[in-house]
Design a protein around this ligand. Structure first.
Ligand code: NAD
Length: 467
């Protein structure tokens, strides 16, 4: 039985009410989960604040070994965790297995980083005292995660927070709380002390969040989700002058130059577009293709997408609203002159499936080029040269990731530098890696997760002036 309660102060408890989690592949109820109120959330903060001093004082090696044990437990139970993620996301098991491996990697990576938090020792320029710096835990953190990767988005925050010596209150997305609750149980088994990790699923995110952000004991907010909600939470964090990390929406351009290996670009495109049925912040959103290779690229991509089997290889969207929204974007592009080369209409059901869809001749004013699609729809537009491709790529207010395909190293470096994005995939459709700094520029967010940088989000620099 997967846990379905609130996890507060190391104990499971039920709430006054519960809410349903639906399986998007069938539309049927997959579980019922306790629904936290603002009062429950404040009790979670009591637990996190109480546990903070002793967790911060726990030896880095001890924290590292707990995280390592958690990595081993996730790996041992990978199959059960993958099945659980598929139960709440409806997607093919192979995709859930890949997510569990990615999620586990954050636990391993930050178990290694926990013992490498250093400081500096410098002589003041005047020569009469020393500047000694230490990196210390920020304090109790509030972590909000989205539904699209229900385990990895959680470990990407929890692992560095715990490695740094911070306690946490986690609010998973209401559509997919099961993986987060299973992780809480597993972390406790790995040796995480009571109160260090608390989990409060809720159908009242604004109310729960308001209560936590308004409490002076909280020191940090780390949010992954839409730019719209991120903007709101950033404003709310100003009240308590909280440290804030924001991993927000993307609108990734995917550039294919006339000197690209087109077959490799098509494979990269399938990866960048179709992972999680396109429901990824790093999903390729706009295919900007040089006109000399546009027809070759589009024809080959159409063939690859047409061969994917809906249900077995392409999972559902998260809910019926998502299907309507994606279909609306396709309809708008068509009305503005785009051609539908594949797909273009929702599946009859059961479940919330949308087939792989390919649009060409997509004009720049179509909503689909300005918004995150979050679905398996590839929108292609042809351009005459490098400057027009780079200008189109940079026209979006988002700047999370960009992909570029070229055989010319000089061009890869030049365009890679010119693209306004926190991450650039060169001749690759996948950039995510626990060892790499993940994050965006412009309206895609603030801060980085993973890599050598990820732990810094949970540390403050403290300076001692020592004679
Ligand atoms: P969302 O913004 O609707 O929800 C994200 C989380 O915020 C959920 O837990 C939700 O309950 C909570 N939330 C919603 N309204 C809130 C409020 N008023 N106060 C407090 N919390 C609130 O996003 P989503 O639909 O769950 O996820 C999809 C979005 O997440 C996409 O835009 C995607 O690009 C983005 N995302 C970004 C990254 C990244 O690393 N940059 C990774 C994954 C997803």
């Amino acid at each position: 039985m997967a846990p379905d309660g609130l996890f507060i102060g190391g104990a499971w408890r039920q709430a006054a009410s519960a809410f349903e989690v639906l399986d998007p592949a069938t539309g049927r109820v997959a579980a019922r989960v306790a629904d936290a109120t603002a009062r429950d959330a404040l009790q979670a903060l009591d637990a996190a604040a109480d546990a903070q001093p002793s967790w911060a004082a726990t030896a880095p090696r001890a924290r590292a070994e707990i995280l390592r044990r958690a990595y081993e437990l996730v790996t041992e139970r990978a199959e059960a965790l993958a099945r659980l993620a598929t139960r709440e996301l409806g997607r093919p098991l192979a995709e859930s297995r890949a997510e569990v491996a990615y999620a586990a990697d954050f636990l391993r990576w930050f178990s290694e980083e926990a013992v490498r938090v250093g400081g500096e020792h410098r002589t003041a320029p005047s020569g009469d005292y020393r500047i000694v710096t230490a990196r210390v835990p920020v304090g109790p953190c509030y972590l909000i995660t989205p539904w699209n990767f229900p385990l990895a988005m959680v470990t990407r925050k929890v692992a560095p927070a715990l490695a740094a010596g911070c306690t946490v209150i986690l609010k998973p997305a209401e559509a997919t709380p099961l993986s987060a609750l299973a992780l809480a149980e597993l972390l406790a088994e790995a040796g995480v002390p009571d109160g260090v990790v608390n989990v409060v699923p809720t159908t009242a995110p604004a109310e729960v969040t308001g209560a936590l952000l308004g409490d002076g004991r909280l020191r940090k907010l780390s949010f992954t989700g839409s730019t719209e909600v991120g903007r709101l939470l950033l404003a709310q964090s100003a009240g308590g002058v909280l440290r804030a990390s924001m991993e927000l929406g993307g609108n990734a351009p995917f550039l294919v130059f006339d000197d690209a290996d087109v077959a490799a670009a098509v494979e990269g495109a399938v990866t960048a577009k179709m992972r999680n049925s396109g429901q990824s912040c790093v999903a390729a959103n706009r295919f900007l293709v040089h006109e000399a290779v546009a027809e070759e690229f589009t024809g080959a991509l159409r063939e690859r997408l047409a061969a994917l089997e809906v249900g077995r290889e392409v999972g559902p969207l998260i809910d019926g609203d998502a299907v309507e929204r994606v279909d609306g974007l396709v309809g708008d592009a068509k009305r503005r002159g785009a051609e539908i080369r594949l797909g273009g209409a929702p599946h009859a059901g059961p479940g919330w499936f949308y087939p792989p869809t390919l649009l060409t001749g997509v004009p720049e004013d179509a909503a689909i080029t300005r918004q995150e699609i979050f679905g398996p729809v590839a929108a292609v537009a042809a351009y005459p040269d490098e400057p027009s491709m780079v200008a189109a790529a940079n026209a979006a207010p988002a700047g999370l990731v960009a992909f570029l395909f070229t055989r010319d190293l000089g061009r890869a470096m030049r365009v890679g530098a010119a693209l306004e994005a926190g991450m650039v995939g060169v001749n690759r459709g996948l950039v995510s890696n626990a060892a790499a700094p993940f994050g965006g520029v412009k309206q895609s967010g603030l801060g980085r997760e993973g890599g050598l940088e990820g732990i810094d989000e949970y540390l403050e620099v403290k300076y001692l002036a020592v004679p």
